[in-house]
Write a protein that binds this ligand. Structure first.
Ligand SMILES: NC(=O)c1ccc[n+]([C@@H]2O[C@H](COP(=O)([O-])OP(=O)(O)OC[C@H]3O[C@@H](n4cnc5c(N)ncnc54)[C@H](OP(=O)(O)O)[C@@H]3O)[C@@H](O)[C@H]2O)c1
Length: 257
């Protein structure tokens, strides 16, 4: 099968692309800055390069996103629509969209765009699947770095959190590609459901950093729905990679909860 991966240069894409290749698929990567033989130039925001990138494609694994940017709607929603319409014309057989656990329940700006993009995929003319994942450890660590840049680590300590390894998500993508369009939304999460404050404490210990954790209270409906656990999947933990595995690989020290 020929698979076009959008966002193949991103955190998940860098793991998902080699995994699809290992499964025996031919893989093309849509990127604004092509750098390898596999890459084709394309921009979801402008539509540049999309029809050409779709020539002969059987499956699209759609990972591209302008997360938390000024142009998120233009890339994630309008760009997904552009891609879906071009894919229908090109006769693509399966559009697999990766989304986030909680986009239907936590009304943050980014999640609203992701939910709208899911709807575009589901309403479009290409047979589809949606995979919602919980946060990746790489993103969680970036957040912790931002929360702690002034010294103490101020985090929404009580919010239930659940990372999932990108390798586990890539394995699920391989499986869903092999199975074909399910016309259903699936979810994947990792094995550790813990308050975010415990994730933060384990991160500090793994880095041997002695800094206080300050509980942060996120106001409004976004904070409340997050505290109620809507960033965690109820589908059962199917990922195996733990936060400790990630910290051990990154910082050479395992997480101690
Ligand atoms: N991060 C998380 O914790 C998490 C959790 C669950 C689900 N997800 C979802 O998983 C997907 C992948 O996330 P990620 O963290 O791997 O993303 P990422 O590292 O932020 O990478 C974003 C990707 O989007 C591409 N992109 C951005 N704007 C584009 C445009 N205008 N045209 C074409 N491509 C564009 C970039 O490609 P170029 O720069 O090469 O053009 C890049 O490969 C996203 O849909 C995200 O919502 C993420």
């Amino acid at each position: 099968m020929l698979i076009l991966v959008t966002g193949g240069t991103g955190t998940l894409g860098r793991v998902a692309v080699p995994s699809l290749v290992k499964e025996g698929h031919a893989v093309r990567v849509l990127t604004r800055r092509p750098a390898t033989e596999r890459d084709v130039r394309g921009d979801l925001e402008t539509g540049e390069g999309i029809p050409g990138a779709l020539e002969g494609v059987d499956v699209i694994v759609h990972l591209a996103s302008a997360a938390h940017k000024w142009n998120t709607g233009r890339v994630d929603v309008d760009g997904t629509r552009r891609m879906a319409e071009a894919a229908e014309k090109a006769g693509v057989g399966h559009l697999l969209y990766v989304s986030i656990v909680g986009v239907d329940r936590v009304p943050s700006r980014y999640f609203r765009f992701k939910a709208a993009a899911e709807q575009v995929v589901m309403d479009g003319g290409v047979p589809w699947s949606v995979l919602r994942a919980t946060p990746f450890p790489e993103f969680t660590e970036t957040m912790l770095g931002m929360f702690g840049r002034l010294g103490p680590v101020a985090v929404p300590a009580r919010t239930p959190w659940q990372t999932v390894g990108t390798g586990d998500v890539a394995d699920r993508i391989d499986m869903m590609v092999g199975r074909g369009p399910g016309h259903a939304i699936e979810e994947i999460g990792g094995p550790d459901v813990r308050p975010f404050g415990e994730y933060a404490a384990a991160w500090l210990r793994a880095r041997d950093a002695r800094r206080p954790i300050l509980p942060l209270w996120l106001p409004g409906k976004v904070g409340r729905t997050q505290r109620e656990g809507h960033l965690v999947t109820e589908s059962g933990a199917t990922g195996r990679r733990t936060w400790g595995d990630y910290l051990e690989e990154k910082h050479a020290r395992p997480a101690r909860w």
